[in-house]
Design a protein around this ligand. Structure first.
Ligand code: CU
Length: 359
């Protein structure tokens, strides 16, 4: 179906006209519904595709909700399906992604979704914009394998406001044969975690306390003004400082291969696993390229997701953080990882206990 789309973005910054061919899958293409789950988990999926291309149908419902940034600050999170970040979507190269975006009438503003993984004007953002009380369906063909950000981008100042209010997530487009290591051999993960990093710019009042607002638009001007300094008040994983610690720490066992997918929709980040490494790093999130090997810290350019793989060889507590340690320790960008297994003294041992200095 051909459709002429006039896309108007922002305050008259630019106006484009484009002919769009809707990505309709051929009739008879199998359609599967993917049940999305809250991060850091991924939906049930096959690593190597079974059979031919499919239509992968997902449903995102916009929820504007109050969330805690930490014990002393709350913010109006603009969310897809109620989580910051939004759920991970998983499909294979050659599949079609069919998004149903629902904006309940209880919300206060229009929302949409720009898929960095999609090909076509504005990543679909003018075709999937919905006002409160509406729903829309956008279908696009996944032709680029990798991990990618998606985020709300309703135009003008609403773009940074929505994106830094939590309205972003990630999608993984796996190669049909699954992932390969640096030598081209199949690399299968035992677990995969999605860590969505969010920078927040929460305004403070004259009393030095974080301001509170009765609804999201009330705080918009304040928040945008604060954000112009580019100094975040919080940098958090999973929407709240400490969200992935304690009972919610990431888990693994010695010998398991873990895929970490880290997204940052707005700002650069530098993930590091204290006590471990990245055996494989798919730079820029691209699965078209051979992964790099043996990183201590890897880089996530703002506006992207990156995947890293690691096989755990020693048990214990690991910290997965952004290795800007000010952001990790003072602003919130740290998660815990508990790894079960048998300690290997050959790998590490306290060969002398702390005691008096001998000379
Ligand atoms: Cu939005």
């Amino acid at each position: 179906m051909n459709k002429v789309v006039q896309a108007f973005v922002g305050f008259g910054l630019f106006c484009i006209g484009a002919t769009q061919v809707m990505a309709n899958a051929p009739s008879g293409t199998p359609r599967v519904t993917q049940e999305l789950v809250a991060p850091p988990f991924l939906p049930k999926h096959d690593q190597a595709a079974k059979g031919g291309p499919k239509v992968v149908a997902v449903r995102l419902v916009v929820e504007e909700k109050l969330m805690k940034a930490d014990a002393n600050a709350s913010y109006w999170a603009l969310t897809f399906n109620g989580s910051v970040p939004a759920p991970m979507i998983v499909a294979h190269e050659g599949d079609w992604v069919e998004l149903t975006l629902v904006n309940p009438k209880t919300n206060t503003m229009a929302h949409n979704l720009d898929f960095h993984a999609a090909t076509g004007a504005l990543g679909g953002a003018e075709l999937d914009k919905v006002a409160p009380g509406e729903e829309v369906v956008l279908t696009w063909k996944a032709i680029k394998p990798g991990v990618f950000v998606y985020h709300c981008a309703p135009g003008g100042t609403m773009i940074p406001f929505h994106t830094v209010s939590g309205m972003n997530g990630a999608i993984m487009i796996l190669p049909r044969k699954g992932l390969s290591d640096a030598k081209g051999k199949p690399w299968r993960y035992d677990r995969a975690y999605y860590i969505g990093e969010q920078d927040l710019y929460l305004p403070k009042g004259k009393d030095g306390k974080f301001k509170k607002y009765s609804q999201p638009l009330e705080g918009m001007a304040d928040m945008l003004e604060t954000s112009k300094g580019l100094v975040p008040s919080h940098v958090v994983f999973n929407g709240t400082a400490g969200a992935l610690t304690g009972d919610n720490a990431l888990k693994a066992k010695v010998g398991e291969k873990v895929l970490f997918i880290h997204s940052q929709a707005n700002r650069d980040s530098r993930p590091h696993l204290i006590g471990g490494h990245a055996d494989l790093v798919w730079q820029g999130g691209s699965f078209s390229d051979t992964p790099d090997t043996g990183y201590e810290t890897w880089f996530v350019p703002g506006g992207s997701a990156v995947a890293a793989g690691y096989q755990f060889v020693q048990p214990g507590l690991y910290v997965y953080l952004s290795h800007n340690l000010i952001e990790a320790v003072l602003l919130g960008a740290a998660a815990h990882m508990m790894v079960d297994g048998k300690w290997d003294n050959n790998m590490m041992e306290q060969t002398k206990k702390p005691g008096p200095i001998s000379k």
